[in-house]
Design a protein around this ligand. Structure first.
Ligand code: NAD
Length: 485
């Protein structure tokens, strides 16, 4: 057990400061439904202060030798590792996810993000184009300026640092906003920034609501690039403001991902991973496979085994060692998920297991828990199968042919990720090529190599993160041509 701060404040110009309005709102622990801290209710004025600090810091930070930026980022990574247990505890309390998941995935990935981009900047290079003896061109990569980084609540520190680390490595200064629903680890990152000796104004973190703080970041004329991860609807709003201002935009949005299971798959590996890809983090991972398509030959067997394994998942308090499914992030989100389960019933779906809120013993009886839920019998075009639910809810649907399953998989507006299970190598690649997804996993799930491009097609986003692509995003290419004649 650790003591967590009771007041989440802003980090501006190297200092922890109150919001100018002095207003705060409640931060709820989803495992108990009780307030456990308060969050700065910042607004445009705080964003202005943060942006001015970032503008001031930019000339020095952007021209610092790569080796120096590497050292700062490595120091942050080391401090995250040193505080691993504390940060994992904070993430679990703030988000409702099982503590052991935060320890295994979220916090290690946050330090990995800093380490990856600290080292990536040392290997970053640009092109030269040489016209024999007549001219010589080289591409000068210039950090774009102040970058705005906005992230969601499902993987709070993991996704926040996935934006901040490449922006800082590239030489940008940053105004960042975490989700107002899960601000705690972002606040603890400010303390780490101070401890790491990060120069003033290089990283600024402003807390508060999306329509106030987020919108002010998007609208600020001096913020040149926006890296956003969140819902598709918010992404649309952001694009409509930022695009006419000619800002650089990276949008990582929602998903409704297919998990395609052929009869010739490695069954044991598939079923074990499918439990993960359906219900990890209470199904609140943008990459979860929420639409499961199963070749008819093995449909009944799959259904029985999958239901049995899902029923045995332990829903419980996030801090308990044996908990596999923790709380969903908020009461509002819980009600949204439950409303989709009701919708599925109206659409003639059959609930094979789960389907309800789960009430735990005190002190967790007001927490936001939902039983992992499997639904069958729905047409692939119905709303339950088309809209993102983002909870521990999956549908299962049989298929007969490759063509049929590709049509069903591609029928949604989203195109983030897909999983294919088959031992037939030719088919695996053939299907992968036809799926409208930015990421396709074959016989695996959430297998991430940070060097690879990450992002979605269609309504799942614009642009790619990961590897040098993120460094490219935070840089502006300038071609410099020298006449050699
Ligand atoms: P959200 O869109 O409601 O909020 C995301 C962030 O945007 C928050 O910080 C919020 O305060 C801010 N925001 C809200 N309105 C804004 C505005 N007008 N201007 C600027 N910022 C604003 O999303 P959420 O509910 O926090 O997260 C869940 C969504 O995120 C799901 O749709 C999920 O699929 C998606 N997601 C996508 C990825 C990916 O990599 N593609 C990863 C994780 C989550």
């Amino acid at each position: 057990m650790f003591e967590l701060p009771s007041k989440i404040k802003n980090y501006i110009n190297g200092e922890i400061v109150e919001p100018i309005s002095k207003n705060y709102f409640s931060n709820i622990n989803p495992s108990t439904g009780q307030e456990y801290s308060v969050v700065a209710d910042s607004d445009k004025a705080d964003v202005e202060l943060a942006t001015q600090a970032a503008i001031q810091a930019f000339p020095e930070w952007s021209t610092l030798p790569h080796q120096k930026r590497f050292e700062y980022l490595m120091k942050i990574a080391e401090l995250i590792d040193k505080k691993m247990d504390y940060l994992a505890y904070a993430e679990s309390i703030d988000n409702g996810k099982p503590l052991k998941l935060a320890k295994r995935v979220d916090i290690p990935r946050a330090s990995a993000n800093f380490r990856f981009y600290a080292t990536a900047i040392l290997h970053y290079y640009s092109q030269a184009h040489i016209n024999e003896r007549t001219s010589f061109n080289y591409t000068f990569k210039q950090p774009i300026g102040v970058a705005g980084c906005i992230s969601p609540w499902n993987l709070p520190l993991y996704l926040f640092t996935w934006k901040i680390a490449p922006a800082l490595a590239a030489g940008c200064t940053v105004v960042a906003k975490p989700s107002e629903i899960t601000p705690m680890t972002a606040y603890l990152l400010s303390e780490i920034g101070i401890e790491a000796g990060l120069p003033k104004g290089v990283l600024n973190i402003v807390h508060g609501y999306g329509h106030k703080v987020g919108q002010s970041i998007i609208e600020h004329p001096k913020i040149k690039a926006i890296s956003f991860t969140g819902g598709t609807k918010t992404g649309k709003t952001i694009a409509s403001t930022a695009a006419p201002m000619f800002k650089k935009l990276s949008l990582e949005l929602g998903g409704k991902n297919p998990n395609i299971i052929f009869a010739d798959c490695n069954y044991d590996k598939m079923i074990k991973t499918t439990i993960q890809s359906s219900f990890a983090n209470q199904g609140q991972i943008c990459l979860c496979g929420s639409r499961i398509f199963v070749e008819r030959k093995i449909y009944d067997k799959f259904k029985n085994d999958f239901v049995e394994k899902t029923r045995s998942l332990k829903v419980g308090p996030p801090l308990n060692e044996d908990t596999q499914i923790g709380a969903v992030v908020s009461e509002q989100h819980m009600n949204k998920i439950l409303s989709y389960i009701e919708l599925a019933k109206q659409e003639d779906g059959t609930i094979l297991c789960g389907g309800n809120r789960k009430i735990l013993d005190t002190p967790y009886n007001s927490g936001f828990y939902i039983e992992p839920t499997i639904i069958e019998g729905l047409h692939y075009t119905c709303r339950t199968n088309q809209e993102e639910i983002f909870g521990p809810v999956v549908t299962i649907t049989p298929f007969d042919t490759e063509e049929e399953v590709i049509t069903m998989a591609n029928s949604v507006e989203y195109g983030l990720s897909a999983t294919i299970w088959t031992e037939n190598l030719t088919r695996a690649h053939r299907v992968a090529h036809q799926l409208e997804s930015g990421i396709v996993w074959i016989n695996t799930w959430l297998n991430r190599d940070l060097r690879t491009p990450f992002g979605g097609m269609k309504a799942s986003g614009v642009g790619r993160e990961g590897g040098f692509k993120a460094l490219d995003f935070f840089n502006e290419d300038k071609n410099i041509c020298v006449d050699l004649s």
